[in-house]
Design a protein around this ligand. Structure first.
Ligand SMILES: Nc1ncnc2c1ncn2[C@@H]1O[C@H](COP(=O)(O)OP(=O)(O)OP(=O)(O)O)[C@@H](O)[C@H]1O
Length: 577
């Protein structure tokens, strides 16, 4: 695809990314020691991935890869799949890829040549992430509208490079209609910025769900859930955990096709050879109890829990467990799903068990709480929101559940209504426009009334999320920059948070119904479909920020997972981030 660049591009998007040669050399030097194998892509995982692909090509639908004879024996790395040997790297560099990029994700570049940046015309900025800006752009060669995710390497921070490399490697291993597809990469030999090219998606599920005008029917909920679980099944079969499933990461196109996006926190896992991984992943409202309790040996269950939260949210019309802090989140989980059984406490050996084991067990009350939900949906939520991750089963199991096999069936994605754009950026833009119109209206007397009505409609669509998510993103970006300071200093729960939650300082942190403050929004026991106009949909916002501070004085937002450092340490053990 496209041409090889052998010169600095002068026009279009690249005008933003003119780099100094010195910086590129510096980046090459800094990431010089980072190879694919350092980015959590072990040989065994690669081989499993290949076996799985072969198996899928042969039409087998087993949920987990069959353990082939000698599977765990290490063999020579396959140049198609792992970091390519030096001569191939040389070829890639000759083809126009920057050497630092071939060093960190040579595998993922194979078969591609870099696209020239001036073959894209930037239309608009549509999103901002932790280490990227996302633009809507036109591919001048095909006329197609695409999303360009521009990865920033402002501080030449190797951590950002590693995260970006892992995201690219993972995305190239995945190929499914319900997983966002990496269409190509735009870079130049000197470039310190890199653009990831994706199909442009008009909506995200958070935006649609937050829109007061949209009320999903049961077949529509089934349609979205089927697509989400199909995408997850594919990721899990290829040994990828997404680790940040939430509405704003589920993109939807105008044909109703849902694609799981944002693999920035995703990781490879090996179900046969458990390796400790960080528990500081998944956005708070969608984070499963085992992560809150400190588990580092988790699996597909973490994504299934998030999927259960989304199913509940789609049916209830609002997030089902909107905690503001980790402690409050755990308390909401206990109140709805019950506290872990004695048997689970014993077998799980969770690091924070002593801190968070309630004196009196909490009874599970999912069925009473959601008594208005269709019975087949209740059964699926009950499975997905099991406290013991093993009981959540698998995405394939969920896809075979009664929820999908009984009437009313999931509708076809193409029969979903065509909605106006509802992404957070669109909503924010509408909000700004409404404010501008209101100001203009004031100046013109009676026009003001009309504009106020428009603003209310606009603001009802997820607008607050944009602003609220920006700050945590900045914080996360800072975390990457100050990764080393961070991991040492994070204590849980921090003293100031104890205070906010009503714990006497220095007291035990056992969760006790008398101590934990009453819920703010989890008040009703039954749900209807009423939507509150300023409800936030993918994270705890609109409430005072609950933050921890690290030694370096940087704020950590607990609601968001942390792309903080690729290697974290727990009791001196290396754990994979
Ligand atoms: N293919 C796409 N089409 C349309 N919009 C997109 C696309 N990919 C991403 N976006 C928008 O850009 C935003 C940021 O993208 P993404 O979540 O991938 O970046 P990130 O840096 O990993 O973000 P985060 O910090 O939230 O994890 C998304 O919330 C989404 O609204």
């Amino acid at each position: 695809m496209g041409c090889v660049i052998s010169r600095e591009v002068q026009s279009g998007i690249v005008s933003e990314v003119k780099e100094e040669k010195g910086l590129s050399a510096e980046l090459s030097r800094k990431v010089g020691d980072v190879s694919t194998s350092n980015i959590d892509v072990g040989e065994v995982e690669i081989q499993n991935g290949e076996k799985q692909r072969e198996k899928e090509e042969n039409g087998s639908n087993d949920e987990q890869p069959r353990k082939a004879r000698g599977e765990r024996r290490r063999s020579k790395p396959n140049p198609r799949l792992s970091n390519p040997p030096k001569n191939l790297r040389g070829e890639q560099v000759a083809a126009g890829w920057p050497p630092w990029l071939t060093a960190v994700c040579g595998e993922a570049l194979s078969g591609w040549i870099p696209r020239k940046a001036d073959t894209f015309e930037k239309i608009d900025k549509i999103g901002q992430g932790t280490y990227s800006n996302v633009y809507k752009a036109k591919d001048m060669l095909t006329g197609k509208i695409v999303a360009l995710k521009k990865v920033r390497f402002d501080n030449l921070e190797p951590e950002s490079v590693k995260f970006m490399a892992r995201e690219i490697i993972i995305l190239r291993r995945l190929d499914h209609p319900n997983v966002v597809k990496l269409e190509g990469l735009v870079t130049s030999r000197m470039s310190l910025s890199l653009y990831l090219v994706f199909d442009y998606m008009v909506h995200d599920l958070a935006g649609l769900a937050a829109s007061p005008e949209i009320k999903f029917t049961e077949p529509q909920v089934k349609c979205y859930m089927h697509q989400l679980l199909s995408g997850l099944e594919h990721c899990h079969n290829r040994n990828v955990l997404h680790r940040d499933i939430k509405g704003s990461n589920l993109l939807i196109d105008n044909d109703g096709v849902l694609k799981i996006a944002d693999f920035g926190l995703a990781s490879f896992f090996d179900p046969n050879r458990k390796q400790p991984m960080t528990n500081r992943v998944v956005t708070l409202w969608y984070r499963p109890p085992e992560l809150l309790l400190g588990a580092t040996d988790y699996g597909v269950g973490i994504d299934l829990w998030s999927a259960g939260c989304i199913l509940g949210e789609l049916l209830a019309g609002k997030p089902i467990m909107p905690g503001r802090t980790e402690v409050e989140q755990l308390h909401k989980i206990y109140k709805l799903c019950g506290s872990p059984s004695d048997e689970y406490w014993k077998k799980s050996k969770l690091p924070n068990a002593t801190l968070f084991k309630p004196r009196e067990p909490y009874r599970r009350c999912i069925r009473e709480t959601f008594k208005d939900f269709p019975p087949s949906a209740l059964a699926l939520i009950d499975t997905l929101l099991a406290i013991d991750p093993a009981e959540r089963k698998t995405a394939s199991y969920a896809l075979r559940s009664e929820f999908f096999t009984t009437e009313p069936y999931a509708c076809d994605p193409s029969s979903l209504p065509k909605y106006p754009p509802t992404k957070e950026m669109d909503a924010k833009r509408r909000d700004d426009e409404a404010r501008r119109l209101r100001a203009a209206g004031k100046a013109h007397g009676d026009g003001a009334k009309k504009h106020r009505t428009r603003e209310r409609t606009a603001r009802a669509i997820a607008a607050p999320e944009a602003n609220a998510e920006l700050q945590p993103n900045i914080d996360r970006r800072r975390l990457i920059t100050h990764a080393n300071a961070k991991s040492k200093s994070e204590k849980f729960p921090p003293p100031h948070e104890d205070g906010q939650l009503g714990y006497p300082l220095g007291s035990s942190n056992h969760i006790d119904p008398d101590i934990v403050p009453p819920d703010v929004s989890f008040v009703s026991t039954t749900y209807n479909y009423t939507k509150e106009p300023f409800q936030a949909w993918s994270g705890p916002i609109g409430v005072p920020k609950q933050k921890k501070h690290n030694n370096a004085g940087d704020a950590l937002d607990l609601s968001k997972p942390h792309k903080s450092a690729l290697k974290d340490k727990v009791k001196g053990k290396k754990i994979v981030v």
